[in-house]
Design a binder for this molecule. Structure first.
Ligand SMILES: Nc1ncnc2c1ncn2[C@@H]1O[C@H](COP(=O)(O)OP(=O)(O)O)[C@@H](O)[C@H]1O
Ligand SMILES: [Mg+2]
Length: 385
C-alpha cells in the first residue's frame, strides 16, 4: 500500500511542486497538485489523498486555514497533513500544529527527511483507517445486539400480558363449566362476562400492536374536528357515567371544516379520553367530583389543538418519564401500555406533537397539536393522500 499511496502537493511555487512530484513519482507514489488553498480543498474532495504536503503562505486561503477546515470535517480529519514552510520560528510551528497539522518541516528541507516522514505518516494513516473500520464494525454489532435486547424485552412483556389474559379466559371457562354442572345461571353469566372481557382485551392488544407495527400515512380528507371529538365523547359517555364521571365538551365554535386525518384523530382522542376516565377510576380520593374535559381550539398558525384533561389520580415523576415507552402501564393486567405510544405515533405522522402536564393527586392534561389545511385553500374535494 505504501508505494501506491496518494500524495496531494500544495504549494504556490511551481518549481517546488514540480520537483516534489518528480521525486515522489520516482519512489512509486501517486501525486496530484494544487497551487492555492481553494484548489487544495477542492482536490482533497476529488483526489482523496492519503497525505497532504501543505505550504503555508499561499494566495486566497492560506495553509493554516486549509488545515483548520480539513481537520474540522469528519471525512477529512484523519488525513495526515505535513506543513512545509520557510517560517522557521517556533510560534509559527506551534500555530501550524495547533490548527491540526500533524507534522511541520522547515524549508529548505532535505528530501530524504521529507520522504521518511511521508512514509511514516502513510503507515499511520493505514493503521488509523484499519482501526476506524474495526470500530465501525463494532458499533454496528452493538446496535444490532441492543435491538435484539429490545425485541427480547418486548416479547417478554407481551408474553406476560397474554399470560394474564389466558388466566382470565381459563377462569371464565372454569366458571362456565361449573355453572353447567350445577345448572347455575348466575355463575354462567359471571363466567361468560369474564370470557367476553378477556376476548375484548385480546382484540384491543392485537389492534394496538397492528397500529404500532405498521407504517401509516395519514389519510387526509375533509372533516369537522369538533364532530370527531363529539363522537369520542359519545362513545365513552356510558362507561364514564357508570363511575359518576362527567364528560364536558368545550369545543371552539370557530372551528369549521378542515383537511386532516379523521380516523387517526379519532384513535388519538379515544386513547386520551379512555386514559382520563381510567385516571378518575384509579383515583383514591372519593371526595372529588370527577370531570373529564375535551377541548378543541383553532389556533392562528394553522394548527388545531385538542386538549383532554381530567382531575383524576395524576402521575408521579417516574410515570411521566416512562409514559411513551411501549408496554409501560400502571394498570396491572388491564392496560397494554401501547395507547400513548400509538397516540404519539399518529400525532407525529400527522406532523403534530403531543405534550403532557400532570400533578400527582390533581389530574392531567394531554395536548395534541396538529396542522390542518383549510378546505377553501386546499382545493380538496374529498379523499386525498
Ligand atoms: N390521564 C392520565 N392520568 C394519569 N395517568 C395516566 C394518564 N394517561 C396515561 N397515564 C399513565 O400512562 C400509562 C400508559 O398509558 P397508555 O400508553 O395509554 O397505556 P395503558 O392505558 O394501556 O396503561 C398508564 O398506565 C398510566 O399510568
Ligand atoms: Mg391507555
Amino acid at each position: 500500500m505504501t508505494n501506491k499511496a496518494k500524495i496531494l502537493i500544495v504549494d504556490d511555487n511551481v518549481d517546488t511542486v514540480e520537483l516534489l512530484t518528480k521525486r515522489f513519482h520516482a519512489e512509486g507514489y501517486d501525486t496530484s497538485e494544487a497551487y492555492d488553498g481553494e484548489q487544495a480543498l477542492q482536490q482533497v474532495v476529488e483526489y482523496q489523498p492519503d497525505i497532504i504536503l501543505l505550504d503555508i503562505m499561499m494566495p486566497k486561503i492560506d495553509g493554516y486555514e486549509v488545515s483548520k477546515r480539513l481537520k474540522s470535517y469528519d471525512n477529512t480529519k484523519h488525513i495526515p497533513i505535513i506543513m512545509l514552510s520557510a517560517k522557521a520560528r517556533v510560534p509559527d510551528k506551534i500555530k501550524g500544529l495547533d490548527l491540526g497539522a500533524d507534522d511541520y518541516i522547515v524549508k529548505p528541507f532535505d528530501y530524504r527527511e521529507l520522504s521518511q516522514r511521508v512514509k511514516y505518516w502513510v503507515t499511520v494513516k493505514v493503521e488509523v483507517e484499519e482501526r476506524l473500520t474495526k470500530i465501525r464494525q463494532l458499533e454496528k454489532e452493538l446496535i444490532q445486539s441492543e435491538r435484539l435486547a429490545a425485541v427480547g424485552q418486548t416479547v417478554a412483556s407481551l408474553a406476560h400480558y397474554v399470560k394474564n389474559i389466558l388466566f382470565g379466559l381459563k377462569g371464565g371457562v372454569y366458571l362456565v363449566d361449573e355453572a353447567f354442572k350445577e345448572n347455575d345461571t348466575d355463575s354462567l353469566k359471571d363466567g361468560w362476562d369474564l370470557v367476553e372481557s378477556n376476548m375484548g382485551r385480546i382484540s384491543g392488544l392485537v389492534l394496538d400492536l397492528l397500529e404500532y407495527s405498521r407504517e401509516r400515512k395519514p389519510e387526509y380528507e375533509k372533516c369537522f374536528p369538533n364532530e370527531i371529538a363529539d363522537d369520542v365523547c359519545k362513545l365513552t359517555q356510558e362507561s364514564a357515567k357508570e363511575y359518576s364521571i362527567e364528560i364536558i365538551k368545550d369545543f371552539d365554535p370557530s372551528m369549521g371544516e378542515a383537511v386532516m386525518d379523521p380516523k387517526g384523530i379519532h384513535r388519538c382522542l379515544l386513547n386520551l379520553v379512555s386514559n382520563a376516565i381510567d385516571a378518575c377510576i384509579y383515583d383514591s380520593n372519593e371526595e372529588k367530583k370527577w370531570v373529564v374535559r375535551v377541548k378543541t381550539i383553532l389556533e392562528d398558525d394553522g394548527m388545531v389543538r385538542f386538549e383532554v384533561s381530567d382531575n383524576g389520580c395524576g402521575m408521579d415523576e417516574e410515570t411521566k418519564k416512562k409514559l411513551f415507552t411501549g408496554f409501560f402501564t400502571t394498570k396491572e393486567g388491564r392496560g397494554t401500555g401501547l395507547g400513548l405510544l400509538n397516540t404519539q405515533k399518529i400525532a407525529q405522522e400527522h406532523g403534530g406533537t403531543i405534550t403532557v402536564n400532570s400533578q400527582l393527586g390533581q389530574g392531567s392534561t394531554f395536548t395534541i397539536r396538529m396542522p390542518y389545511r383549510d378546505v377553501a385553500t386546499s382545493g380538496a374535494t374529498g379523499k386525498e393522500d
